[in-house]
Design a protein around this ligand. Structure first.
Ligand SMILES: Nc1ncnc2c1ncn2[C@@H]1O[C@H](COP(=O)(O)OP(=O)(O)OP(=O)(O)O)[C@@H](O)[C@H]1O
Ligand SMILES: [Mg+2]
Length: 222
């Protein structure tokens, strides 16, 4: 699923965000990434989605090498990923349903199935009754669930969620992690960054990467 060997990421203005990242993530895994602000969590996810390229080392996601000059391959890879961004990236002036459907653009889903997938995804995140509400009329937590619905409606092989527990109280954070976890299955890998290390301590069947100043290590919990 994801193979990374000595991957580094240095941004053009000089910040070294990731240092010698070696990892292997298998299909169907649940992986949490924790670490302080600025430690490289979002940068790592950007590499997985082909939004940035390694400046050293070798990275492959779903067999697609993440390197410059592979635009077509990387576009194809992105169709297999359901991203939930730190800032959601929902479109105002559109309903929850429309936003979820916009997430399926470029996926070759027939129009009829698109509506059905979107409706099902909104139901899975508990927002069936808000499907036709405008984004600007929804609460922060609801917007977050719309963003998750948009990701899962794509029926992705890889779900990537960046800090979905930020701004949530403990109960809601636990609920969101449970929800994301529920989408993991044999073919679907789920990768979630979170500041809330204490919330994942009691969970089972996951692996945990801790980031620190661009370095990563696998953590053992419990
Ligand atoms: N586009 C960019 N250009 C230059 N530097 C960047 C860019 N994006 C992030 N950085 C820097 O790279 C480092 C890692 O940032 P990153 O966003 O990956 O951290 P993070 O762990 O996701 O933090 P947070 O928990 O606050 O979201 C930081 O020093 C940050 O300032
Ligand atoms: Mg981040």
């Amino acid at each position: 699923m994801i193979k990374s060997s000595r991957v580094c990421l240095k941004y053009p203005e000089g910040t070294i965000a990731l240092k010698n990242i070696d990892l292997r993530i298998e299909p169907g895994e649940l992986v949490y990434i924790t670490g302080p602000s600025g430690s490289g969590k979002t940068s790592l996810l950007k590499l997985f989605m082909g939004d940035e390229y390694p400046t050293a080392g070798v990275l492959e996601v779903l067999k697609q090498p993440i390197v410059r000059g592979q635009a077509a391959g990387i576009r194809k890879l992105r169709r297999l990923i359901g991203p939930v961004f730190q800032e959601f990236r929902l479109i105002k002036g559109r309903t929850a349903m429309e936003n979820v459907m916009l997430g399926m653009r470029f996926l070759d889903v027939p129009n009829g199935s698109m509506k059905e997938n979107a409706g099902n995804a909104l139901a899975k995140v508990g927002l069936a009754q808000k499907a036709f509400s405008l984004i600007e009329h929804m609460s922060w937590g609801e917007c977050q669930r719309v963003a998750i619905a948009r990701a899962i409606a794509r029926k992705p092989a890889l779900i990537i969620a960046d800090e979905p527990t930020g701004n949530l109280d403990k109960d809601n954070a636990v609920r969101i992690l449970e929800l994301l976890k529920s989408f993991k299955d044999r073919e679907t890998t789920v990768i979630v960054t979170t500041h809330a290390t204490h919330l994942i301590r009691d969970e089972k069947d996951f692996r945990h990467i801790h980031m620190n100043n661009g370095n990563m290590e696998w953590e053992r919990l419990g």
